[in-house]
Ligand binder design. Structure first.
Ligand SMILES: O=C(O)CCC(=O)C(=O)O
Length: 338
């Protein structure tokens, strides 16, 4: 490749060799059907018990769900998607000033997933930001487009509130105190991946992101309404989760799988690419504070703790392992099994 990123504005007529998956690993798009019954949970509903019940069912049966009436204003989500497109439309030389393939950087533009570890690349560029505490990280965010910092700041504040609310519902759905998860996870970090998938000459041969689970506690995903691309593994089959107007997709991450002692599974998902149109998604990740010990409550392990599926660990320990691997290797939680 001539440049480090693929969002150059130039359309490729063939998929470069380094993106082509072996036959057995390809997405087989014609075999993927749309998931018609994705749980859509109305957080504006007055009946809290009903929300908790719906979340419990969705977490058990799917590992993800969508939320509507979630409290993040439509104006803010529209502005977020617009400024994300504006960023990726900047001249490539401008974007490359932010390029890094070092996962420990708190602000970077990068490509694929882990270019230094992976054998086959993914058809994605992404801007990765740390977002909390805002005062600490906002100064290092891109200042081009000029409106970027202000828009993303507003978005991050509202999404964080939503994430904390959802974690309270999830705690209740596990039969725990409402604030159990938010207390255990401490003052959670917040990261963002602004994912840009340019039009791809051969979507059948590659991925935007191959199947993976998220290493964090909770993911709040904003999908481009125009172009579908998210697929999740449901009952051993990949199904497409088409964008729902004004909804966020909420994914259970590895930390909640461990904290719930496997009651809830972090969901396998992947992003496929489109031959004609670029696609954008904005993933916000809530992550445990560095000193939080991820250990399930006694109510979920038996009172002597002997039923704990995983060893206790901290997020920095987990995250270091996660980035030392490639995305499609064995599940990172397997490395922490008792
Ligand atoms: O683009 C998508 O829909 C999925 C993004 C994703 O899985 C991620 O950022 O981890």
């Amino acid at each position: 490749m001539d440049t480090k990123v693929i969002s150059t504005g130039i359309r490729y007529s063939n998929l470069p060799e380094s993106y082509v998956r072996p036959e057995s690993e390809r997405p087989r798009l014609s075999e993927v059907s749309t998931c018609e019954n994705v749980p859509v949970i109305d957080l504006g509903c007055q009946d809290r018990t009903q929300i908790v019940r719906q979340i419990c069912d969705a977490c058990k049966d799917y590992g993800f769900f969508q939320v509507i009436n979630h409290g993040v204003s439509r104006e803010v989500t529209e502005q977020m998607l617009q400024v994300a497109f504006d960023f990726f439309r900047l001249p490539v030389e401008e974007k490359l000033k932010l390029y890094s393939d070092d996962p420990s950087k708190t602000m970077r533009l990068s490509t694929s997933f882990n270019v230094n570890k992976e054998k086959v690349h993914n058809w994605r560029d992404y801007l990765r930001l740390h977002c909390y505490p805002l005062d600490k990280y906002l100064p290092e965010w891109p200042s081009n487009p000029p409106s970027f910092k202000g828009i993303v700041r507003n978005y991050c504040i509202q999404v964080r509130q939503l994430g904390y609310r959802v974690e309270e519902f999830i705690a209740e759905s596990l039969g725990l105190e409402k604030d159990y998860i938010t207390k255990v996870l401490g003052e959670q970090g917040q990261h963002m991946a602004v994912n840009y998938y340019p039009p791809c000459p051969e979507p059948e041969l590659t991925y935007g992101l191959p199947g993976h689970t998220d290493p964090n506690a909770l993911t709040i995903l904003l999908q481009d309404l125009q172009v579908p691309g998210l697929q999740v593994l449901k009952d051993a089959k990949w199904v497409a989760v088409n964008p729902h107007p004004n909804a966020f997709v909420i994914n259970i991450g590895d930390q909640l799988q461990a904290l719930s002692n496997g009651r809830y599974k972090s969901v396998w998902h992947r992003a496929v690419v489109n031959a004609y149109k670029p696609r954008m998604s904005v993933a916000s990740f809530l992550v445990p504070s560095d000193d939080a010990v991820i250990s399930p409550p006694k109510a979920l392990t038996g009172y002597d703790g002997s039923g704990a599926l995983y060893k206790d660990f901290t997020y920095p320990e987990y995250y270091a392992k996660f980035w030392s691997r490639n995305l499609d290797q064995e599940h990172c939680l397997e490395l922490f099994k008792n």
